[in-house]
Design a binder for this molecule. Structure first.
Ligand SMILES: [Mg+2]
Length: 281
């Protein structure tokens, strides 16, 4: 299996990185000790079981939300999930149609998993337990349909003159399959998105996450303080958007399903896609 342990870095890697974090060189003593491991997700502590949705009941609620009560892996186009996704589409299209005065070439940035490509089939297959090996099978076989409404949004934006950039935490080893799933290559699912726009410096407009050793200078600089110099999702994505803007583009809108897709600036406005299935800090 080509792509090793990388697609959703934050989910596993953050905990590991924190676990190995050491605090070195205390003033005077020079003693190093391991910092206490902290969970990657900061949240509240329920006082009672009654404040917690039973996890099997929650899975059923999510299946209902996707219009797939029996868990077949196919989300329904009239589901509440689809309605919420299409509502983001409508808000996005309204906003983009209105932006005439921008600095530079107007552009939009879109995340891939659960922003443009819908991974519901994999959530059902994996019973919400992400595994990089089985996930890579879905990615490399280009098995994901489009998120409801998003092909229309991106095609409309392209007609209106926006440059189209995709920015994903998927590793560079999955780049070709990602492009093939988003656009037309007659392998697996072709979701129907327009090709990414080539940038003024010749880059192809689909940004995947390189191995640390292959980082371009803008990632080396932005992520020097991250564990092992490996970018957090927020640093990887915000530094890439800054890089795009440095080439003369104005990122008018940034679309993502995770808050880590949207934090860190370098977009005039952010749009949050619905996704109750996982959380990537
Ligand atoms: Mg995503």
């Amino acid at each position: 299996m080509p792509g090793p342990i990388w697609r959703r870095p934050s989910r596993r890697a953050t905990v590991i990185a924190l676990a190995t974090l050491t605090v070195a060189a205390l003033a005077g003593g020079g003693v190093a000790y391991a910092a206490a491991t902290q969970p990657a997700i900061k949240t509240s502590t329920p006082r009672s079981e009654r404040q917690i949705t039973n996890i099997d009941v929650l899975r059923q609620q999510i299946r209902n939300y996707y219009g797939d009560p029996l868990g077949t892996g196919v989300a329904a186009s009239d589901s509440n999930y689809a309605k919420e996704a299409k509502s983001v589409e409508a808000q996005g299209e309204h906003f983009l149609a209105d932006r005439h005065h921008v600095h530079g070439t107007k552009a939009i940035v879109l995340d891939v998993d659960d922003t443009t490509l819908l991974t519901w089939n994999y959530e059902i297959f994996s019973n919400w337990a992400y595994n990089p090996t089985t996930n890579a099978t879905y990615v490399n076989n280009q098995m994901f349909p489009a998120v409801f409404g998003m092909v229309d949004l991106v095609r409309t934006a392209e007609r209106e003159g926006y440059a189209i950039f995709y920015l994903t935490g998927r590793p560079t080893s999955q780049k070709e399959a990602t492009l093939g799933n988003l656009t037309e290559d007659h392998i697996g699912v072709d979701a129907g998105f327009p090709k990414p726009t080539a940038l003024s410096d010749g880059e192809d407009g689909l940004f995947t996450k390189p191995a640390v050793a292959d980082y371009p200078d803008y990632l080396k600089t932005a992520c020097a303080g991250d564990p092992n110099g490996s970018c957090t999702t927020i640093h990887y994505k915000s530094a890439t958007r800054a890089h795009i803007e440095s080439l003369g583009y104005d990122i008018v809108a940034n679309f993502g399903d995770q808050f880590s897709d949207l934090e860190g600036g370098h977009a005039d406005r952010t749009f949050k896609m619905p996704n109750p299935n996982y959380y990537l800090p």
